[in-house]
Design a protein around this ligand. Sequence first.
Ligand SMILES: Cc1cc2nc3c(=O)[nH]c(=O)nc-3n(C[C@H](O)[C@H](O)[C@H](O)COP(=O)(O)OP(=O)(O)OC[C@H]3O[C@@H](n4cnc5c(N)ncnc54)[C@H](O)[C@@H]3O)c2cc1C
Length: 294
Amino acid sequence: MNNQRTITLIQPNNRDSEPPLANRYMLSQLSIPVLSKNILQEKIFRLTLSSAYISQRAKPGNFVHIRVGSTGNPLLRRPFSIHSVDISKSRFDILFRVVGKGTELLSQANPGEVLDILGPIGNSFILPPKSKEVMLVAGGMGIAPLWFLFTHMLAKGFDPSRITFLFGAKNKRELLYLEKFKKSKVKLLVTTDDGSLGSKGLVTEAFLKDIIGGNRDHQNLAVYSCGPEMMLARMSDLAKEYGFSCQVSLETNMACGVGACWGCVVKLSDGTYQRVCADGPVFDAQKINFSKIA
Ligand SMILES: Cc1cc2nc3c(=O)[nH]c(=O)nc-3n(C[C@H](O)[C@H](O)[C@H](O)COP(=O)(O)OP(=O)(O)OC[C@H]3O[C@@H](n4cnc5c(N)ncnc54)[C@H](O)[C@@H]3O)c2cc1C
């Protein structure tokens, strides 16, 4: 699951350009302009950022680590999944919910402002053979990396009729991109906590109903999931119980984002630890000990 990756250092203040070879040794730090900001729902924002460097290299599952604000408070960068890329226009998007000070500051970034960003960081989802039945299970902002994975699969020629997208949110307003899903011809199942659209309840339970009721061959499923930790813990239990392959993207709090501080470790079922930033964020759900997320 741990993809080989090259991390490159670009001198701070370098604009978004390929770094000279001599400067490549650790990670890429880029000054990236905000192109546009969209408020999709209350507290849910999408920022479009201009970077040839990141858009050309990003793979579904990768994230960027962003310095928010200009005062050193908060001190630590904040991680966000790459949500979509447009290589032809040299840009990429992040999608985020305002939950605290860092995301509040980021939501105030305006077009033209330049952000200090490390990335792309982390491993990526491993694509399945095209013979597999694909199920994407997103909870809330878990849609961010899974949307990139989904559009990437379609661009790679995966048959949308063999993809099921399950999307759970608090309410119908937070079920993003419904029109785009419709156009894609994918099978879409939605759930909401308040029952305002789709079935009322948890997306994991809709998933379970579908894999049992749908008479699916569990060995032929390739499942990908992102969402709150409790949801991923449930997906991990189901993957173990029903024996399907499942990759999850973890959103653990993290500090350095580059593998140095070990502040974001997860415990695996074999008792060893891995760093979400450098060994993940994508892991085999069956291998994580969710009762021991450090
Ligand atoms: C690899 C990775 C990718 C991520 N991708 C996205 C994304 O695409 N979109 C998005 O909206 N968020 C994403 N997150 C989560 C995002 O980084 C946090 O929401 C953000 O750092 C919160 O910063 P803050 O300063 O606003 O909140 P803080 O003030 O740091 O925290 C506010 C509240 O949120 C809780 N919190 C903070 N971070 C997390 C977290 N990671 N998970 C659960 N609870 C948390 C805190 O415990 C606190 O209760 C990702 C996290 C990781 C590790």
